[in-house]
Design a protein around this ligand. Structure first.
Ligand code: XIL
Length: 372
């Protein structure tokens, strides 16, 4: 009899323990980034074409659960939205806006003026007058079509070199030094109900940051509206420049504008370059040493990355009054552009969700920064 009771008690205890751990797991997996940081900043992701077309049901489900901001990874770029001169294709952008509206998500338009992913017809335009016509028309038509429908625009993307000078591009060549101010002036007129951002990578680095500050001051001095600056945040998990990030948040906020992290991903792979770059035209050749985790992410590396994300979010929370949004460049590791940049065909793990859409240690470490 006693034996029987103790057996029942034993089974009951096991059931209780496993029930409790199931509850814990499901509570963990349903934690949401957007809920966790709802009083701090928006939490965004980049969306690719299948997600926008709602052909990737599982990922769309996760987007709805986790994020309250989205940036189109490609479909609002000039080469897609104005493939032929003055012929605009808004199909996918309209789908994105509809998806966002339906799910109470804010859209960041990306991007109006950028030297990369330009349509073929304008890439090698010779006449300054044609470039000016294209520039004015593109900004005016695209920005006005989405005025108020997109919450913010990356008006100009990546106009700076690492030393803070203006990057050589068709816009600088044909329109001169004032083209960034001109872009914001046009966007202000076309989109009075949308926030206007300058966006770039590595602008947390002192020299490039100096260039960004000068550029922002120039826009402000011209009496033109700029609401924020986007630090892209394509970095490696190994050497996150926390001090530079903190200085940047302080210095950019001192200009009276918002600071967003617009394309965050923390690569765990070796870099072929001495200095991190996110210039999509940079390419390097790979070898097996450059692709060490093609069969899986070792726990130690996952933990190292989780710590880097946690350090970053602790800092962002310290400056939550100044930080408007943190957007990851993709939902899960499979979607990441870093699998093909700067070396084609690698297996990187830069985001918070794994290839099966399951939260990684980095997800839990980010959530934990907000827990009391
Ligand atoms: C990347 C996309 O993720 C890729 O799919 C595309 O092939 C190239 O561009 N900085 C930016 C983004 O501002 O638009 C880039 O996105 C990544 C670097």
């Amino acid at each position: 009899m006693i034996k029987k009771y103790s057996f029942i008690l034993f089974v009951a205890a096991i059931l209780l323990v496993s029930f409790a751990s199931i509850k814990k797991v499901s509570a963990q997996t349903t934690s949401s980034l957007k809920e966790t940081f709802k009083n701090d900043f928006l939490i965004g992701t980049a969306m690719n074409t299948p997600q926008i077309e709602e052909k990737d049901v599982a990922t769309d489900g996760l987007i709805k659960q986790q994020f309250n901001a989205v940036t189109p990874e490609n479909i609002m770029k000039a080469e897609i939205i104005e493939r032929k001169w003055n012929t605009f294709n808004f199909d996918l952008a309209d789908k994105l806006v509809a998806f966002a509206e339906k799910n109470n998500i804010k859209v960041n338009g990306h991007t109006l003026i950028w030297h990369s992913q330009l349509p073929a017809f304008m890439r090698n335009m010779q006449s300054a007058d044609s470039v000016k016509q294209y520039f004015e028309n593109h900004i005016t038509i695209v920005a006005s079509s989405y005025d108020g429908k997109v919450y913010s625009w990356d008006v100009v993307n990546e106009a700076l070199n690492e030393d803070g000078t203006l990057r050589k591009s068709i816009f600088l060549d044909k329109l001169g030094d004032d083209y960034v101010v001109a872009a914001f002036r046009l966007a202000q007129k076309a989109a009075p109900h949308t926030k206007l951002y300058y966006n770039d990578y590595n602008i947390e680095q002192p020299k490039k940051r100096g260039g960004a500050i000068a550029l922002i001051k120039k826009i402000q001095a011209a009496g033109v509206r700029i609401d924020g600056v986007g630090i892209q945040g394509h970095r490696r998990a190994y050497n996150l420049p926390l001090h530079d990030i903190e200085e940047s948040i302080k210095e950019f906020s001192a200009l009276g504008i918002e600071v967003a992290f617009t394309e965050l991903d923390l690569s765990v792979l070796p870099s072929p370059f001495e200095n991190t770059t996110a210039d999509i035209n940079a390419a390097a050749k790979g070898n097996a040493n450059m692709n060490p985790y093609k069969n899986g992410l070792p726990d130690s590396v996952a933990q190292m990355q989780a710590k880097a994300y946690s350090d970053l979010f602790k800092l962002l929370l310290k400056y939550k009054k100044n930080v408007s949004r943190v957007t990851f460049w993709g939902v899960n590791d499979a979607q990441s552009w870093l699998n093909n940049f700067p070396i084609q065909g690698r297996t990187d793990y830069p985001l918070l969700f794994d290839r099966n859409l399951k939260p990684k240690p980095a997800f839990y470490s980010v959530i934990a920064t907000r827990e009391k």
